[in-house]
Design a protein. Structure first.
Length: 178
């Protein structure tokens, strides 16, 4: 089974628990901390997947590292250790966040622009493009790309909205050549 499918199963189970106990925001926050710790400490992941360390010791390390996490999150992490899925911790968080955003009607968008967007510009892009993709709002990740020459380019899931000057010039070139 692929890593994303494994992570999605664990994320779905945890998501259902969070909805059942009205802990969605809390669990999402805790899981984001887990991902941050795992990605910023590659040694931790290496330790958790190491066959030299017993599962009990790995679970003890997780319990110490995430002692403030809810029992649901901590137990899910321990189950992943038991099943040899420690390398999927970051993917679990990504899948959980995706499920939570879907539940809230929020989509994640990457906005490429020639400069950093202001809060008002981000809010305007969110309100305009959220309705185009059938969502209530967008969480915008602004990426500065000087190659665009001007304008913006949005990527929401697998959809791309290209309003950049470079994109317009490329479309004009294709029209003239074709």
């Amino acid at each position: 089974m692929s890593n994303s499918a494994v992570a999605k199963r664990y994320a779905l189970a945890l998501f259902q628990l969070s909805k059942e106990h009205q802990l969605l925001d809390q669990m999402e926050t805790e899981l984001r901390v887990v991902k941050e710790v795992v990605t910023n400490n590659p040694g931790l992941t290496a330790l958790l997947v190491s066959p030299k360390l017993s599962k009990a010791k790995k679970k003890e390390i997780l319990a110490e590292a995430f002692s403030s996490a809810s029992p649901f999150v901590l137990n899910t992490l321990k189950i992943m250790i038991d099943r040899g899925r420690a390398d999927n911790l970051a993917a679990l968080v990504d899948q959980f966040v995706e499920l939570a955003n879907e539940d809230r009607g929020v989509a994640s968008a990457e906005v490429y622009s020639t400069r950093t967007l202001t809060a008002d510009e981000s809010a305007a892009l969110s309100s305009v493009f959220a309705s185009k993709v059938g969502k209530k709002s967008l969480t915008i990740n602004n990426i500065v790309d000087s190659n665009l020459l001007g304008g913006v380019k949005l990527r929401i899931g697998n959809r791309i909205f290209d309003g950049s000057l470079r994109g317009k010039l490329e479309r004009l070139e294709r029209t003239l050549l074709g």
